[in-house]
Write a new protein. Structure first.
Ligand code: PLP
Length: 1019
């Protein structure tokens, strides 16, 4: 098949404007649009009504143009969910009209309605949701067209995939680059292999045939997710293979994707839900997608030479070459299995029968190792992500791992494993990184030198030393062809070097005969000695090696290709296959037994099973950079804290009625960090308890009851604290201001009454406290306390303006009240410049409350006050707190203080915090949605607004960022009374390179299409 020449007709913008008026009676401005065959013009009328004037290509007959008009009308009338351009009648009632161009030539024109939206090519991101929407859209197009026929539908068209192979063969000589030509030849092989045997059996019908990313229109839908609006340009519609429809879509949607197949899977799965594909069609989808990409590059090469000024002709060419380069690395069989899976079929078709056969033959297979694996005493090691046997210091250290596992022992199949979260197993997917964590075989841990024999007769398919670190080492793959079941393979990894000499390809090994021996750690890839035993139903593109671990996103595909091998070891699956409680099951159980008022983060909640340093791991081994959890202050599961807790808990845990040195050491260490006269400590179990006790102390000292608090503040969940927490009493379900509480304005220099650049900002906001004090006086009541965080967190991450707290403290003390500084969030060096937030404000409070970071997650909190205030509490009523100050909690807090000093974490907070603030401030200059950036150390807020003039909050944008950051593997969250402040409050071990990842990812997300919507670009 030859690519025909069809130069576009000559027609100027002026011609277009005139023709639209003279032929259709529509007045408007014309602007030229891109086009391959037709010349297209956007016509914009008054009131912003838009049309597209199409000047038809002379190569297209009237019948073909009628075909297109009827097709568009049919598509629109069969579903109003999607938009298609609608042909407009001319002054004579026709759908196609003849006009003269400026060169007095006659051309044919049509006017279509304009479909608004963003081209899929320009829309970001191509989320799974959008790709599924795309698939559903196309499925419904195929359904709509199933009853459509036209006399022009069978015309010869070079974009028709039925002609694809012929077209490539005809024009491949035009590609000069040798490598690129080879690439096309490679795909021709794949295409012929897949298509030739079944092409005559494929279903046909009229298809749209051009779901390319410059024809598909998208808008921002629910939760900021892109959704398909409709499509344009039916110029390539033709009667062809139905399977070509999703294949074309995949060919374009896969462009520029790190993981193209994942994108294609979403489209195909959703297409299949709307229009079920047959097994034959599924088997050719990959080949057809590749065919379309090959056609794209061949046609673009040809057309460019004819019409070099039309950029549109090569709009996808370079990306298509890149895609082909990438798809060359993809096994066509794996792609086929992927598509089968997404369409609800068993990925590897031979697996169900093989599994049945293996289970049937169980206990008749010869032993693979000389150990009774089914012995009840056999140790099954838990190497899963959340394994309690696998402490953080063990999974990173092979020697420790070897000691932990011991021999004999069994390692499980289909287990997401912590050891595979290291760099060697990292891959790139469409959302960043994904680790190959899922174990596809069974491990038998036995001493090096133990014999390995075959469970059934097999022929050596390969013997190869996969000698990279953490690879298989010497590996044997045997091919088995027993009667009654399709050929399959078994893999034996981590053998000794001897096998490389003792076996060769083609050797037959009878059942029960020796394959080799288990290798030692110097030859087996550096692992504890063991055999990795795996069944393979299809070797895909691999030779001598085969993945033993898989990405969780492809788990079902790989576990079908490599099913559970237990039966071949004469084992029951129960112990040998890992089991998990899935996040969805936990969500359901929470509903049965926990209060609905416990909220969960993220639309799709995370099941986090491990924390280590500044990272959290979900049950699949997905690693998240933690940018928000401030409680694991010195890093998740810090070994010093774990050790301190374990050691003390193993010896003694009691209460303060016995003398113990931990509590006095801790009290002394904390008092040393505080200015005089803050020296008396009370230990409690939570920030709420600390603040409640602080209010009691204040009452005892002042004998007043009235409390002044700041708008947006949160101080705890006890009833006494809800009263002084506007975040709660003024929020959903809150009961408003209590009689004994006065609330003062937030000292907010960004959106408050007095702005950052105004003089005496601190004093002016502090005046509000004077007013509150006067109000209490006027009621004839006594002030007890002013409570506030030294830097405000839940209110929206605010650093009080200069002189604010000092002026407030003076006023409060002048009125007989005491000043409580809530350091539950900002204390312990977080703010970088100082150990306590109040120090940065140059004040000395009367009572300080500590909490969250104090025990790195262990529940310990404290109140620190002056001897005078403490003395007022000595009323005779005993203060007893069962857990407060117990030796274990104190040991945890002491370890935190040690690590803070030894690892210089306050200094780190200052350095990394400054880096983050600088970077985010730079980002603010580029993105109008970032209204304000503020913070100190690793306590940072970024306020999002829809307009920098009106300061209208942008909570949807904040939420979008939080969700997208999570999808990209970074955890942050929102705060503030308007839920529009992004908070960044990571563990103090957060590094500058972590900061770079966070900022770069934010930057990328801020360029996504959602941020083009609803933001006023004023600055
Ligand atoms: C500033 C502040 N104070 C007190 C508390 C209460 O601490 P806890 O949750 O440990 O009771 C919180 C908790 O979020 C807080 O943010």
């Amino acid at each position: 098949m030859k690519i025909d020449r069809f130069p576009r007709p000559t027609f100027s913008v002026d011609d277009a404007r005139r023709a639209t008026y003279s032929v259709f009676g529509i007045k408007g401005l014309a602007a030229e649009l891109a086009g391959e065959r037709d010349r297209n013009f956007l016509i914009t009328c008054e009131g912003d009504q838009k049309y597209v004037l199409k000047v038809c290509n002379p190569a297209d007959s009237d019948e073909v143009i009628d075909f297109q008009n009827q097709l568009l009308t049919h598509l629109s009338s069969s579903s109003n969910q999607w938009q298609w351009p609608q042909p407009q009648h001319d002054n004579n009632g026709g759908l196609m009209s003849h006009v003269q161009n400026c060169e007095d030539e006659e051309v044919r024109v049509r006017l279509l309605t304009f479909v608004d939206g963003i081209f899929l090519a320009d829309y970001r991101p191509h989320s799974p949701h959008l790709m599924r929407h795309f698939g559903r859209f196309l499925g419904s197009v195929t359904t709509s067209l199933s009853d459509f026929t036209h006399s022009a539908m069978d015309r010869e068209l070079f974009w028709d995939m039925k002609n694809g192979v012929g077209l490539i063969q005809e024009h491949i000589h035009e590609i000069n680059d040798r490598e690129r030509k080879d690439l096309i030849h490679h795909f021709l092989g794949i295409i012929n292999n897949a298509l030739l045997p079944i092409q005559n059996d494929l279903r046909t019908g009229v298809i749209y045939n051009d779901a390319n990313d410059h024809n598909i229109l998208v808008e921002c839908g629910v939760n900021g997710n892109g959704e398909i609006v409709g499509a344009i340009d039916v110029g390539d519609s033709v009667h062809s293979w139905l399977a070509a429809e999703p294949a074309v879509a995949c060919a374009y949607a896969m462009l520029n994707k790190p993981d193209p197949l994942a994108t294609a899977r979403e489209i195909v799965g959703a297409y299949h839900e709307n229009f079920p594909l047959t097994e034959e069609e599924i088997s050719v989808l990959f080949a057809l997608s590749c065919l379309r990409s090959c056609m794209t590059v061949i046609i673009a090469t040809h057309q460019k030479s004819l019409e070099p000024e039309n950029d549109y002709l090569s709009v996808s060419e370079e990306s298509a070459w890149q895609l082909l380069g990438k798809l060359k690395e993809t096994s066509p069989e794996f792609a086929h299995f992927s598509f089968r899976h997404t369409c609800g079929l068993e990925p590897s078709p031979s697996t169900p029968h093989l599994v049945k056969w293996m289970n049937h033959q169980k206990n008749q297979f010869s032993k693979v190792v000389d150990a009774d694996l089914s012995d009840d005493e056999m140790v099954v090691v838990d190497l899963s992500i959340g394994s309690l046997d696998l402490t953080n210091s063990v999974w990173e250290n092979m020697e420790a791992l070897t000691r932990l596992i011991g021999t004999p022992a069994l390692g499980r199949y289909n287990e997401p494993r912590m050891i595979y979260t290291s760099d060697q197993f990292q891959t790139i997917n469409n959302n960043g990184h994904e680790w190959r964590t899922i174990h596809l075989g069974l491990d038998v841990f036995l001493p090096a030198g133990s014999q390995v024999t075959t469970p059934l007769e097999g022929v050596v398919q390969s013997v190869q030393n996969n000698d990279g670190h953490l690879d298989y080492g010497p590996t044997v793959i045997l091919k088995h062809s027993p009667a009654d079941v399709s050929t399959f393979y078994t893999l034996y990894g981590h053998l000794s070097n001897k096998v490389l000499k003792s076996l060769k390809n083609g050797d037959t090994i009878k059942a029960g005969k020796k394959i080799g021996e288990i290798g030692n750690e110097n030859e087996n890839g550096g692992w504890p000695p063991h055999l990795h035993f795996q069944v393979i139903t299809d070797c895909l593109n691999y030779y001598g090696d085969f993945p033993g671990v898989a990405r969780s996103s492809e788990r079902e595909i790989w576990t079908s290709i490599s099913p559970d091998p237990s039966a071949l070891l004469n084992l029951n699956s129960e112990g040998a296959v890992a089991k998990e409680i899935l996040p969805e099951e936990i969500t359901t159980s929470r509903q049965s037994n926990l209060s609905a008022m416990l909220s969960v983060s993220y639309r799709k909640p995370l099941k986090i099973v491990r924390g280590w340093k500044q990272y959290l791991y979900d049950h699949t081994g997905r690693k998240y950079l933690d940018g928000v959890n401030n409680v694991p202050h010195i890093g998740h599961s810090h070994p010093r804290v774990v050790d301190a807790i374990q050691k003390q808990a193993a010896v003694l845990n009691t209460n303060t009625r016995y003398l113990h040195e931990n509590i006095i050491q801790l009290a002394g260490r904390i008092a040393d960090t505080m200015p005089d006269p803050l020296s008396i400590c009370f230990f409690v179990n939570s920030g709420s308890e600390a603040n409640d006790l602080a209010l009691r102390l204040a009452q005892a000292y002042t004998s007043g009851k009235n409390v002044i608090t700041i708008e947006g503040g949160y101080h705890g969940h006890l009833i006494s604290l809800i009263d002084v927490s506007p975040y709660k009493f003024d929020g959903p379900g809150g009961e408003g201001l209590a009689d004994h509480v006065e609330m003062v304005t937030m000292p907010d220099g960004y959106r408050g009454k007095y702005k950052y650049n105004e003089p005496d900002l601190g004093e002016r906001y502090a005046d509000k406290v004077k007013e509150a004090v006067d109000k209490i006086k006027n009621k004839g009541e006594k002030l007890s306390a002013f409570i506030s965080e030294s830097m405000i967190s839940s209110g929206g991450i605010f650093i009080p303006p200069e002189n604010y707290l000092s002026t407030v403290y003076e006023t409060v003390r002048g009125a007989g009240g005491v000043c409580i500084a809530d350091e539950v969030v900002v204390g312990f060096g977080r703010v970088g410049s100082h150990f306590w937030g109040f120090e940065a404000q140059s004040v000395v409070p009367d009572i300080v409350t500590l909490g969250k970071p104090m025990g790195n997650g262990h529940p310990i909190a404290a109140v620190v006050t002056t001897p005078k205030i403490a003395a007022s509490f000595n009323t005779g009523m005993e203060y007893f707190n069962t857990y407060g100050g117990n030796p274990v909690s104190c040991a945890a807090a002491l370890a935190v203080l040690d690590v803070m000093q030894e690892e210089k974490l306050q200094e780190n907070a200052a350095k990394v915090g400054k880096f983050l603030l600088d970077q985010l401030t730079a980002l603010q200059k580029e993105h109008p949605v970032i209204g304000d950036v503020r913070g100190s150390g690793l306590f940072i807020g970024m306020e999002l607004v829809k307009s920098r003039d009106s300061l209208e909050p942008a909570p949807e944008h904040a939420n979008y960022l939080v969700e997208r950051m999570k999808e990209r593997g970074i955890l942050i969250s929102t705060d503030g009374t308007r839920n529009n402040v992004l908070k960044i409050r990571p563990p103090m071990v957060f590094t500058q390179s972590n900061g770079e990842s966070l900022v770069n990812t934010l930057k990328e997300i801020l360029h996504e299409s959602f941020f083009m919507t609803g933001i006023n670009n004023s600055s």
